[in-house]
Design a protein around this ligand. Structure first.
Ligand SMILES: *Cc1c(COP(=O)(O)O)cnc(C)c1O
Length: 371
């Protein structure tokens, strides 16, 4: 699905030198690399504060802790997402309220959010799934109207640009009260292990998030509130500083690959290529086709036989996971989520696709779908 080896080879001398320097100085935790990365990411995202942490799941948890969500509070989230989004809600004793997505963008449907609000609702967690933004203008409007927090799950969309109806643009992850991202190796900005970060423009919240990520510590060995231990390693920060410089190019490569896939598949019968939102560009963490449910798994197997990776993101939506059985009514029905779950299939998407590989993938997919 990704080619991280070739990507590394292209930046190897710089990356190896940077890692070597961290090792030589033995500054593995915090220190100048982490601080420099934080500042460079703040500049890139045009956000006041970036708080590095250990992974994207932690970022979500720290955001919910920092915003003071309490057991019993309801948090509205899509069911059509990676499990981490919804899992941390339950972990903190909050109640996940699963709602539908917009079938055109795969992202949470603002109308469904509005319909799910109760007096217990405290927050909304939109997920910018596959690399395209949720309808943030509508979501922020609803949040404002009902006094709710917005925590963006930006793990799949770092670098994505959102355009408001007045023409103002901003990066996803910086639009809500807090944004969360992941630097898992296969993410659009990935490190060589686990990593994550929070983003916010709120100074007081930033200070609190920083404390929570560091054992609730305000001053060394003085702990004001219950926190956790969630740090970005200096080696990861050193790698991320180099890859952040490449990110605009990486995004362009992904977009070019998506265009090529579109050209190949857009006219095939019974296939829906990824639709583009008017308010967001697409940074293509995933390139996800929709095909008829009767042939989806057969296509997956056919590609496997041809040695072409493909993935179903995700085969079971959150509201159908055993983990959440006790968290919602047994008759909770999300037909759009089920519809998409049966139809989606993601193709290899990365920064290093070769022309011959691309041609082979396109010919193989086309031959199956035309047969
Ligand atoms: C990857 C991902 C996460 C979790 O990030 P980790 O760094 O793996 O903890 C959360 N939400 C979404 C949508 C993701 O894709």
């Amino acid at each position: 699905m990704v080619d991280l080896v070739t990507q590394y080879e292209k930046i190897k001398p710089e990356v190896d030198a940077a890692i070597g320097e961290v090792v030589a100085k033995a500054q593995f935790i915090n220190g100048p690399e982490v601080h420099a990365f934080q500042q460079e990411l703040e500049k890139y995202l045009e956000v006041a504060h970036v708080i590095p942490c250990a992974n994207g799941t932690d970022a979500l948890q720290i955001a919910m802790m920092g915003l003071g969500l309490q057991p019993g509070d309801e948090v509205i989230t899509p069911s059509f997402t990676y499990i981490a989004t919804t899992e941390v809600i339950a972990l903190l004793g909050l109640t996940p309220v699963f709602v539908e997505v917009d079938p055109a963008t795969f992202c949470i449907d603002p109308q469904a959010i509005k319909a799910a609000i109760t007096p217990k609702t405290k927050a909304i967690v939109p997920v910018h799934l596959y690399g395209q933004a949720a309808n943030m203008e509508a979501i922020l409007h609803i949040a404002n109207e009902f006094g709710l927090f917005v925590i963006e799950d930006n793990a799949q969309a770092i670098g994505c640009d959102y355009t408001f109806s007045d023409g103002r643009t901003a990066k996803t992850g910086t639009l809500g009260h807090a944004g969360c991202t992941s630097f898992f190796p296969s993410k659009n900005l990935g490190c060589f292990g686990d990593g994550g970060a929070l983003m916010t423009n709120d100074d007081a919240l930033a200070a609190k998030l920083r404390r929570i990520a560091n054992h609730g510590q305000s001053k060394r060995y003085y702990h004001d509130e219950v926190g956790c231990n969630s740090r970005l390693d200096a080696i990861q920060a050193a790698v991320l500083r180099i890859k952040l410089k490449e990110l605009p190019r990486y995004i362009q490569s992904r977009q070019a690959l998506a265009e090529a896939y579109d050209q190949a598949f857009r006219h095939l019968p019974g296939v829906q290529v990824p639709q583009r939102a008017t308010y967001s560009n697409h940074v293509f963490h995933q390139y996800t086709l929709q095909v008829r449910p009767e042939i989806r798994d057969a296509l997956h197997r056919f590609l496997e036989e041809k040695a072409i990776p493909s993935m179903i993101y995700y085969p079971v939506p959150a509201h159908r996971q055993k983990m959440f059985e006790a968290f919602h009514a047994s008759d909770l029905n999300l037909p759009i989520t089920d519809f998409l779950t049966e139809r989606v299939i993601s193709l290899p998407m990365h920064t290093e696709m070769q022309a011959d590989q691309l041609a082979y993938i396109c010919t193989s997919v086309t031959s199956f779908l035309e047969a």
